[in-house]
Design a protein. Structure first.
Length: 335
């Protein structure tokens, strides 16, 4: 598979950054949301990394508690003691950061390192390696004793439910499960104008995008600066990329010679979303070809086409918005 190098995404590398700071000798702490109010902008599991020099990445709220969390994190790096913080947010403060009402947010602050009750550098390294290999993993923290263990799918029923819902949270007995699923990916077949708009939108939404197009004039680096471009035929590229349950696939070429092999490869995978550009007439012809290729009703229903939510989109950027909105809907609501 021939591909152009991609820019390194930093939207989802908070724990990796904390480990980097720790290994460089700067010291580091991870702050993790464990419980919060219903209208909070950051859900449980959201993280903020803080270095011993006061550098930060990520967030645990809309800005109303970050300052206090950073102060506590710097103290934790020095004294080696985790802490479970609770913040009451007034209605006025909540409104100032874009929330409808106030409430309470609880944040777990854990200094990295060895000894005391620190989150071990070795454990964080295992999580980072699992994320790199696209293997789900969780850290269980007993918030009373600070005992920790790593949990993988199939080892704990509560954790398995949280892996499926992609949601960290507290369990009975003060047990917090920090879920680390593989980062989201978006594979786009067809380096067309819509793809040029969709790639930066997807990256902002937390996806690591890859664009596949064997046509050199379309998949040119100048059209997608710094992005990952693959110039193999789509079915060959998908065989290498191995879409999984954290992957969305979108076909945009309008050319059955390119789209159809990609669709068949995607249907043979565990991708959570498959969307295909084209009119209803084009899609009807596509379905006929899929049925002739042996795809049954279950596979047919996985195809979202015409791709995107029906919002009346006309321009490439508007169509990209409708596609990303539909991907988000399927990811968060299913089907």
């Amino acid at each position: 598979m021939t591909e152009q190098p991609a820019k390194s995404p930093d939207y989802d590398s908070i724990i990796e950054t904390a480990l980097h700071w720790q290994r460089e000798g700067r010291g580091a702490a991870l702050a993790t949301v464990v419980e919060t109010w219903g209208s909070a902008p950051r859900q449980p599991g959201s993280q903020l990394a803080v270095s011993g020099q006061g550098e930060i990445t990520g967030s645990v709220s809309g800005g109303c508690v970050e300052g206090a969390v950073v102060t506590e994190a710097l103290e934790a790096i020095i004294d080696g003691q985790p802490r479970l913080l609770s913040f009451g947010v007034s209605d006025d403060s909540a409104f100032s950061v874009g929330l409808a009402c106030g409430g309470t947010i609880r944040v777990l602050v854990e200094p990295l390192g060895e000894g005391d009750a620190r989150l071990s550098e070795e454990m964080v390294g295992v999580v980072v390696n699992a994320r790199s290999a696209r293997r789900p993993i969780a850290i269980e923290v007993d918030t009373e004793t600070w005992a920790r263990q790593l949990i993988r799918p199939g080892e704990d029923a509560a954790a398995d439910a949280r892996f499926r819902s992609d949601l960290s949270g507290m369990e009975e007995g003060g047990r917090f499960l920090a879920i680390h699923n593989p980062p989201l990916r978006l594979i786009i077949v067809g380096a067309v104008h819509i793809a040029q708009a969709l790639v930066p939108m997807a990256r902002l939404a937390g996806y690591d995008p890859t664009v596949i197009d064997p046509r050199g004039s379309f998949g040119a680096p100048a059209r997608f600066p710094g992005e990952r471009l693959v110039d193999d035929w789509p079915d060959e590229a998908l065989a290498e990329l191995r879409p999984d349950s954290r992957t969305a696939v979108v076909t945009l070429t309008h050319d059955p010679k390119l789209d159809d092999p990609a669709i068949l490869a995607a249907l043979a995978s565990d991708c959570f979303y498959l969307g295909c550009l084209g009119s209803r007439r084009t899609h009807a012809q596509r379905l006929e070809r899929m049925e002739n290729a042996g795809i049954g009703p279950e596979g047919i229903t996985r195809i979202h086409a015409p791709v995107g939510l029906a919002i009346g989109a006309k321009t490439p950027a508007e169509i990209a918005i409708s596609i990303l909105a539909q991907i988000t809907q399927v990811l968060r609501q299913g089907g």
